[in-house]
Design a protein. Structure first.
Length: 507
RNA sequence: GCGCCGCUAGCUCAAUUGGCAGAGCAACUGACUCUUAAUCAGUAGGUUGGAGGUUCGAUUCCUCCGCGGCGCACCA
């Protein structure tokens, strides 16, 4: 362990305090972030202006009576130069005594070195926060994936590209908000703790409200509440927030994930497709400057319009027969011919979904809308005009990844109630992901909901695409992991040893 | 959940068929007033993820456990 290093630095903290230097002061008057300093550098250097910069000391190169270092702040890095005859012996010794990882504030005049690097020649140095734990190695960075996820702070310190991903994520979300706000959508918030969950096929997390003596669910989607808001008269609403699904985790699933859901009155799923295309094109433009995005070995072109691909049409083409004419048994035989394993007891729709997911979706690289799903798979969608076997629904797919789900929303309360009842039957038959009857939602629809288009977008997955990330864990700051064991004991031990250790001379 | 792979110093990685556990960076001591992966000389640092077992001897072989990664199954 790093016990010796940490102990030595803790001793430094104590020694500084003994000398009347506070190792954790309350602030520092910064005049320039490093990017601002860099932008203005020539001018500041020419006028020999005194600047004050602050950041983490990330490199230190001593040369006897002169030293270089780099400090890093939110804007990047800047080189600093200290020399004994400029600072005085005490201040220079203080600089040499700093450790990599310390936060420092530094006052001085900008200049350009012989090698052409922008540098601040320090005239005063202050410690702003002592680092007692060694930061990861500067050259190889921090590679161990487990440590990177568990200690994201260390990952962010060591790996600058990680920071870029999360900046991109923030810019994506802000771009989506701007896009929707500009079109008259208003952002609302709906409950995360819900007495009845709904809006998707998934098992929920359960929690408990003690005062009410009742179990609650963490929402699996925002859908049913947002449509209640549409019933209430808001015509364009959206919410960006966390949903929670009690399912397995892999490169495209985290138990909690961020979803954008939006609903627009008087719109249908065709309108939602056009909205989504434009929204993504704008986001791509803002993040990458263009409409093509590099993902793995692919170039994804976001220029609208995207191809529309019929869900059942593609399967029929593959199966060599019209799968809409088949019952569950027929679908099962078709799946078997295609070499797709099916879940025992699954209905026709579910089997078609299994065929699609395995045989077609992985090949959908360029942004594509998969449209018109079987009714059975979509209890909250309206039937397709002209074909009662289908619903008006689409899923945008890119690089083989589903990034959303949308439909012309079911607004007939009787039909919705029938769909819920069918789900109840599936539930009784053992399908844990079947949807739950929500009588209050039916009551809301009974007041009348205008024809409405709805769209859900997986923000994490879109971020993956736009940042060329292979796993969802790379776009979530603190992805879900099993709890770390034995973390607290060693720390307690450490403290204990430190306090009663005087006579033992450990090491 | 099941299968395969991994876990060695603070970080990144080595270690022949089972035979004294090593290097670079970081750390520590010293030299060096424009360096930048600074350089040079030296020093210290390990319960090899944990617990058992086989063996004269285990980082290495076996069993169990923990954590992670990948694949399979379900979803956005």
């Amino acid at each position: 362990m790093s016990r010796r290093i940490i102990e030595r630095r803790r001793e430094k903290v104590a020694a500084l305090r003994a000398r009347g230097i506070e190792p954790y002061p309350h602030g520092y008057g910064v005049t320039h972030r490093t990017d601002a300093l860099r932008a203005d550098f020539e001018d500041l250097a020419a006028r020999e202006s005194v600047v004050r910069v602050a950041g983490r000391l990330v490199a230190q190169r001593g040369h006897g009576k002169a030293s270089f270092g780099h400090i890093e702040d939110g804007g990047g890095r800047i080189q600093v130069y200290c020399r004994e005859d400029g600072l005085g012996a005490d201040a220079y010794a203080f600089f040499l005594d700093l450790d990599l990882g310390d936060f420092v504030g530094l006052e001085g005049v900008p200049f350009v070195t012989r090698t052409g690097e922008m540098t601040v020649r320090a005239s005063r140095i202050e410690l702003l926060a002592k680092s007692v734990r060694p930061i990861p190695e500067k050259w190889h960075g921090l590679k161990d994936v487990e440590t990177r996820y568990r200690q994201r702070y260390a990952d962010l310190i060591a790996n600058p590209e990680v920071r870029r991903v999360f900046v991109a994520r923030a810019r994506l979300v802000s771009s989506l908000r701007r896009f929707l706000d500009a079109r008259g959508f208003i952002e609302v918030e709906t409950p995360i703790l819900q007495p009845i969950y709904g809006g998707a096929f998934a098992r929920p997390f359960t929690t408990r409200h003690e005062a009410l003596d009742t179990d609650l669910y963490l929402r699996i989607s925002d859908e049913l509440y947002l449509k209640r808001v549409i019933v209430g008269g808001f015509e364009r609403v959206y919410e960006i927030g966390k949903d929670f699904r009690n399912e397995g985790m892999d490169r495209s699933h985290n138990p909690e994930f961020t979803q954008l859901e939006l609903y627009q009155a008087y719109a249908d799923y065709g309108d939602m497709m056009r909205l989504f295309e434009e929204m993504m094109a704008e986001a791509a433009r803002e993040l990458t400057g263009g409409l093509t995005v590099r993902y793995a070995e692919h170039e994804l072109d976001f220029s609208p319009p995207w191809p529309r691909l019929s869900f059942t049409g593609e399967i029929s083409r593959l199966a060599g027969e019209d799968v809409l004419d088949l019952d569950a048994e027929g679908c099962r035989r078709a799946a078997a011919r295609l070499g797709v394993e099916t879940t025992p007891g699954a209905g026709a729709g579910r089997i078609l979904d299994e065929i699609f997911s395995e045989k077609i979706q992985p090949g959908l690289i360029r942004p594509t809308f998969v449209v018109d799903h079987p009714r059975e798979l979509s209890p909250l969608a309206k039937v397709k005009r002209g074909d009662a076997r289908l619903v008006e629904r689409f899923e945008p797919v890119m690089a083989g990844l589903e990034v959303g789900n949308a439909f012309s929303e079911q607004n007939d309360p009787e039909e919705q109630a029938r769909q819920f009842e069918r789900q109840q039957e599936l539930r009784r038959a053992g399908d844990l992901e079947a949807q739950v009857m929500d009588r209050d939602y039916i009551r809301a629809l009974e007041y009348g909901m205008p024809p409405t288009g709805g769209l859900g977008v997986g923000i994490d997955r879109v971020t993956m695409i736009l940042t060329d990330s292979r796993t969802i864990r790379d776009v979530i700051l603190f992805p879900h992991l099993r709890p770390e064991e034995g973390l607290e004991d060693p720390d307690a031990e450490e403290d204990e040893e430190q306090s009663d250790d005087e006579g033992k001379g450990k090491g």
